[in-house]
Every structure is written in C-alpha cells, then in structure tokens.
Write a protein that binds this ligand. Structure first.
Ligand code: NOJ
Length: 508
C-alpha cells in the first residue's frame, strides 16, 4: 500500500514538473515536413513519350528472377499520369515540401544533352507547377538510381567520364527547373549505388565486382556530386538562390560489447558504411576516412595487389570535394550491434565485407513491420544525429528519408509507432543541440521497392496495384502524420477518427 502511494506521488511530481517523455512536444519554428518518392519507383510510363531505357528497366526485364515477386516499374504507381492525385494527397497531409526524383532518360533519351525530350520536361514542369500552386516546395533529386543503360554499357559509375556526364545532366536540370526548385539533391544514397550495385549482386546493375567496383564507383560518384555542386554554386546560385546537397544512407552501428575490439569494429562500421561518403565532404581533413584507407591498403598489400584497391584522391580533388553540401541529407532506417569478425569465406576475398571485418546482428524485438532493412531502434537515430553533430561541427541536417515497411493494410499501427518514436528521438536530438531542419517520411505511397518489388509497403497511402486506376487510400499513419503537421507537435496519444475522410484543410 505504502509503495503504491510512493509510486503515485512520484508520477504526480513528474507530471507537474512536465517530464516530457510522453507528453505533447513542439517542433521548432520553421521546421519543415515532407514526404518522398523516386522516379523509377512511382512513375511507370517506362517507355512513353520518348523516354529511353535505364538500368532498372534492363534488369527487371531481363532478370525478373532477381526481383522477389518478378515485378517491375513499367507501370508502378502510374504517377506519370496520376501526378495530380499525388499532389492532392500532399495537400490532404498539409506538406511543406515534396521530395521526388527526375528520370535521367526521360529528360535526355540519348543520356547526353544533345537532345532534350520535351514531353519529359513537360511532365516535371506540370508536377512542379502543381506543387507550387498549393504552396508545396519541390525538392528535386537528380539521381535516384535509374542510370541510363547506355552509360552503364560504358561502365556507368566506374568510368571516370561519368563526372562529366553527370555534370552535363545537372546543368540541364538547373536550367530547366531551377527558377522554381529551391532544393536540389544531387545523388541519393551513394553507399547503395556503389556497394549494392557494383560491389555485390543486389541493386542494378548488380555487377558483383567485389572489393574493386564499389571503390571505383565511390570515387567517381563523389567527384560527380562535387562537380554538380560547384556548377550550381558558380553558375546558378546567385540568380536561382536555392540550396543543393546530397543524401546519404546512414544507419547506426553500436558496439556489441565494451571490448576494445568491438568498440573499434563499430567505429569502423560507421566509417566504412556512411563516413566513406560524408568524411570527404564534411570533415576538416577531407579524403576517405583514415581507418578505411589504412585497412584497405593493408589488406590489398597482403593480397598481392600493387596498390590499394581503394583509389586515391589527389590533393586538388580532396579540396574540390570539401564543403560541397549545403545540408547533411540523411536517410535513416535502422541500427545494428557490431562485433569484430575476421572470418569471411575465401571466395568472398577480396571484398568490402572482408576489408571491414565485422559481424552484425539485431535483436528480435527490433523487428517491426515487414522489411528486413528497417529495424525499430529509435535510440540509434538519436545517437547517429549526435555523432554527426560531434564529428562535423554540427552541420544543418535534413532528414530526407525515414520510415518502415508493412505487408499492407489500412490499420498500420506499426508504422504509427515507428513514426512517433523516431520523431520523438529527433526531438531528443534537437534537445541535445543537433541542428535538424526538416523531416521527410518515406514514402508518400506504396511503390516499387527495388528487389522486393511490391511485397513491402512503405506508404502513408496504400496503393491498389491490382486496379488499373492504382487507387490510393490514406492509412492510419497518414491521419497521424497530418496531425503532426497541422499542430507542429508530437502527441503520442492522438487517435484519429478513421470513419471521417481525410480532407484538405483551408490554406492547402
Ligand atoms: C532508401 C531508398 O532511397 C528508397 O528508394 C527506398 O525505397 C527506401 N530506402 C526503402 O528501402
């Protein structure tokens, strides 16, 4: 009995002192909210109106077995034709901005700027104008994984010429859309492009060039990004007055124990997996992270290579790369425990996995929803944001993706829980002093989830892929996200009335 009174007393005191954990918490003034999609995942119209083939068209058409449900993005959400409905959904949610990507081969069918495809330009102009009509800021990603197949045939991201190819494409995009687009993202998720596309046999072009291809790609991709940034800075910024940055995929790697080996292993995992791309841009010294250079050089020498498999940057290139991003664009989904593990099967040597030399695991209770890549670890998000603050002098961060997959259904309580707790962790990070400026939910609606096809649903809106109309319906999470945006605060106890249709509030 006495114990009960003590507990009650403690709770009342906590409530009176306003302990924030489960109460309503405000987002700062000016904080921006949006949702994201990407061209290949939603547009469809894969060969309409002059668009040419990209690496995802090629892979899904020639290797359907590589995609879990043998599907493709030929029609996807059909947003090429249904973009007005998409914007209507954004108005229902009350978004500040919408992040989408441009399909390179829809704008430049030959891959090069010798001919600009008017129909493709019209599509993006219409989308941008429709967004602006309702006060939704467009955030345009230039490259979200759909490389022209023709460029892939010439080596893609492993050919140093891609720096020029990408720069030419970027100049076309700024010229066409920069009068209205004030947020540009050069490249989405370098790690996935290089490691999953070139290092292993996963994302297109699935080259499986272990221990070599991913590093060639990394160097060229970083230089291509930097060149696109500098072109904007020197030729467009003064008139267009926009922002330009890059979006990294960064998960959090936590040491599995306090042993020196595991502490070092987790540090290496963070350095290899995301600092590989962020260190050259945001650190004081530039270049690839020192631990990474050291480990790959040592392994390469042991293996009989005449030089490190990780290509070097020249002094000029190191300087050219440093500082080339107005924000730290962050896509975050998961965290893992990391321990040292040097035992990689012989046929996997050389490889990135062997160079890094760690093992990882997650806890069963971190599984939420359907996807293997998303784990529910909100504290990892907070730690990651703090690490970015500490390592890079607190750069302004834009969360450009965060979300979780389910197997479908309108009552997505898993997703509601995920968003609430991750937004809570973000607010904790703001309290820690991290400079986070905006948040983007992945995704506006279900779409083609790469090698998982349509088996994983990330949408605030459910899409019926069996219907020719690709009907979109709001999930519970859409109602909850809408309330966060309307109130600019996080209320863990808010319960939407799902019997009432989601409507467009005045002013949207
Ligand atoms: C990251 C990618 O940018 C996006 O295309 C993908 O759908 C989500 N993560 C979910 O896996």
């Amino acid at each position: 009995m006495v114990l009960r009174w003590i507990v009650l007393f403690v709770c009342v005191c906590a409530a009176v002192r306003g302990i924030p954990r489960h109460s309503v918490r405000k987002f700062p003034e000016g904080f921006l909210f949006g949702t994201a999609t990407a061209s290949y995942q939603i547009e469809g119209a894969w060969n309409a109106d002059g668009k040419s083939e990209n690496i995802w068209d090629r892979m899904t058409h020639t290797r359907p077995d590589h995609i879990k449900d043998s599907s493709n993005g030929d029609i996807a959400d059909n947003s090429y034709y249904l973009y007005k409905r998409d914007v209507q959904m954004m108005r229902e949610l009350g978004l500040d901005f919408y992040r989408f990507s441009v399909s390179w081969t829809r704008i430049l069918p030959s891959s090069f700027p010798d001919r600009i495809n008017e129909a493709g330009v019209n599509y993006y102009n219409n989308l941008i104008d429709e967004l602006l009509k309702y006060n939704i800021q467009p955030m345009l990603t230039l490259y979200h994984w759909d490389l022209p197949q023709k460029l892939q045939d010439m080596g893609g991201w492993t050919n140093p010429e891609i720096v020029t190819w990408f720069a030419d494409y970027a100049r076309v995009i700024y010229t066409l859309f920069g009068d209205r687009v004030k947020y540009f993202i050069t490249i989405n998720e370098p790690y996935q492009i290089c490691n999953s596309g070139y290092g292993i046999d996963s994302l297109a072009p699935a080259l499986n060039s272990k221990g070599i291809g991913e590093y060639m790609c990394a160097k060229n991709l970083l230089l291509a990004h930097a060149k696109a940034y500098r072109i904007y800075d020197e030729e467009f910024r003064s008139t267009q007055k926009g922002n330009i940055f890059i979006s990294f995929s960064a998960q959090w790697y936590e040491p599995a124990s306090d042993s020196v080996a595991d502490l070092e292993a987790a540090h290496d995992a963070n350095q290899f997996n995301w600092a590989q791309y962020t260190w050259p841009i945001y650190s004081e010294t530039g270049d690839f992270p020192p631990e990474m250079r050291k480990r790959i050089a040592a392994k390469s020498a042991e293996q009989g290579f005449p030089r490190s498999r990780l290509p070097e940057f020249t002094h000029e290139e190191i300087e050219f790369l440093r500082g080339t991003s107005d924000f730290f664009g962050l896509n975050h989904y998961s965290s893992y425990y990391i321990h040292r593990n040097g035992s990689i099967p012989v046929h996997e040597v050389p490889s990135y996995a062997d160079d890094l030399g760690v093992g990882s695991y997650s806890l069963p209770e971190w599984q939420l929803g359907a996807s293997n890549i998303t784990k529910y670890v909100p504290w990892g998000f907070r730690k990651l944001l703090n690490r970015i603050k500490d390592d890079y002098k607190n750069p302004p961060v834009f969360i450009t993706e965060n979300g979780v997959a389910t197997h479908g259904g309108i009552m997505d309580d898993d997703r509601v829980q995920y968003y609430r707790e991750y937004l809570g962790a973000l607010l904790d990070a703001l309290d820690d002093g991290c400079d986070v400026r905006g948040y983007t939910a992945w995704s506006l609606m279900d779409n083609f989830e790469w090698t998982s096809g349509y088996t994983e649903s990330f949408g605030l809106y459910e899409v019926n892929f069996d219907s020719i109309y690709r009907t979109r319906s709001p999930r519970k999470s859409a109602y909850v996200y809408k309330e966060v945006l309307r109130s600019r605060q996080l209320d863990h106890h808010y319960e939407p009335d799902l019997t009432r249709p989601i409507t467009i509030d005045p002013g949207h």
